[in-house]
Design a protein around this ligand. Structure first.
Ligand SMILES: NC(=O)C1=CN([C@@H]2O[C@H](COP(=O)(O)OP(=O)(O)OC[C@H]3O[C@@H](n4cnc5c(N)ncnc54)[C@H](OP(=O)(O)O)[C@@H]3O)[C@@H](O)[C@H]2O)C=CC1
Ligand SMILES: CCCCCCCCCCCCCCCC(=O)[C@@H](N)CO
Length: 333
């Protein structure tokens, strides 16, 4: 055979091989995925009164779940419960409840779970840790108190709730429970203006990774969601303190509605994914920083991780230039 023919045959054989591995991986992922069956189950959603948490609660109601939402402001919770009830497919059977609690307080977080279980007369089988805040700003101008508060909610709020729910899942011998953490694409990399926030979302990722390994022995499935910009009340609030340079850099991310994010989250859960992303930038970042995290599709993730390493090198240079440009504008004012 001529050389170019040998080359062509080799190229296509390798391609077919890679494709076969990718397809086999996809089949395995779907077959091994723990089923998401929330119908008739007690699902507990922190931060379920607005934004992403409320959309998750609405989707749970549409899937026939009994839902408890948790947050601090009672009026907002009550209105959300009305909306969630309206989405129930079987309003007579499905129970929708709310609990008022500040989950940054460990005993309040535990009490809220006890209250929810008493109200629903049913143990929690699905936990969605959605409550969180971002507090963007210039690090040097932020107080240590604000930085601590961000960790108190995003990390410790998640820890207190997860710890109690996981303990109960084990003692009540619930097999096939699911615990979902909400990190962010900022749990993959650090960005100017998010000095208070990124570490909290890295912490959530670390917690999810450690618990995925540990809790599998008890039949508990752990997942971590990494969304990009979501148009929520929390996003409007964070934009009030977000530095201009941060707005410019994160403008590369188009943003998504919380409805779309929730739908994407459920799709990831159904595919049995551990690390869930719902947009191309999230996928690029997940693959580029995957470390020892389980792959979704090994072949696809590996190809994308290579792409990520190439794309992020010039992108980082551009980010650094933008930061310097803004800083010199500030100086010349
Ligand atoms: N919006 C975005 O662009 C992105 C958001 N995320 C993450 O997604 C999650 C949801 O974000 P989003 O929907 O924007 O948030 P919102 O600010 O819109 O909603 C936050 C929810 O959490 C509740 N909450 C706040 N503090 C506490 C507390 N101490 N105890 C109990 N509940 C509390 C709020 O109710 P109340 O105030 O009444 O307590 C509300 O229900 C967060 O973890 C966030 O970090 C990740 C990436 C991007
Ligand atoms: C061609 C190349 C592209 C690479 C682009 C990389 C872009 C990074 C975008 C960063 C988006 C930050 C979203 C923050 C979400 C969040 O958690 C906050 N809103 C807090 O709530």
């Amino acid at each position: 055979m001529e050389d170019w023919r040998v080359g062509l045959v080799t190229f296509f054989s390798v391609l077919a091989g890679l494709l076969a591995i990718g397809v086999a991986n996809e089949v395995y992922l779907r077959l091994s995925a723990a089923k998401i069956k929330v119908n008739g189950k007690h699902c507990y959603v922190t931060g379920g009164s607005q934004g992403l948490g409320k959309c998750v609660a609405l989707d749970l109601a549409r899937r026939g779940a009994n839902v408890t939402i948790v947050a601090r402001r009672e009026e907002v919770l009550k209105e959300a419960v009305r909306e969630i009830k309206a989405c129930a497919i079987d309003p007579k059977q499905q129970q929708i409840e709310y609990v008022v609690a500040d989950i940054t307080n460990s005993s309040a977080a535990v009490e809220a779970i006890e209250t929810a279980v008493t109200k629903q007369k049913q143990p929690i089988e699905y936990l969605f840790n959605v409550a969180g805040i971002s507090n963007p700003g210039v690090f040097l101008e932020q107080s240590p108190e604000l930085i601590r508060k961000t960790m108190d909610l995003n990390y410790f709020g998640t820890v207190y709730t997860t710890h109690e729910v996981a303990k109960r899942m084990v003692t009540e011998n619930i097999k096939g429970g699911h615990i979902i953490m909400v990190s962010s694409v900022l749990g993959f990399f650090g960005l100017v203006g998010y000095g208070a926030y990124c570490p909290t979302k890295f912490a959530v990722r670390g917690l999810a990774e450690a618990l995925r390994v540990e809790l599998q022995a008890h039949g508990i499935n752990v997942h971590c969601y990494f969304p990009g910009t979501i148009f929520t009340p929390g996003y409007d609030l964070e934009n009030l303190t977000k530095p201009e340079v941060t707005k410019e850099i994160e403008g590369a991310d188009e943003g998504m509605t919380p409805e779309k994010c929730s739908a994407g989250l459920f799709k990831g859960l159904e595919r049995g994914e551990f690390g869930i992303t719902t947009d191309p930038i999230g996928m690029l970042l997940r693959c580029g920083t995957r470390g020892v995290m389980p792959n979704n599709n090994f072949m696809l993730d590996t190809i994308i991780s290579g792409l990520a390493w190439i794309i992020f090198a010039p992108w980082r240079v551009m980010v650094d230039r933008t930061v310097i440009k803004y800083a010199s504008k500030q100086h010349s004012k």
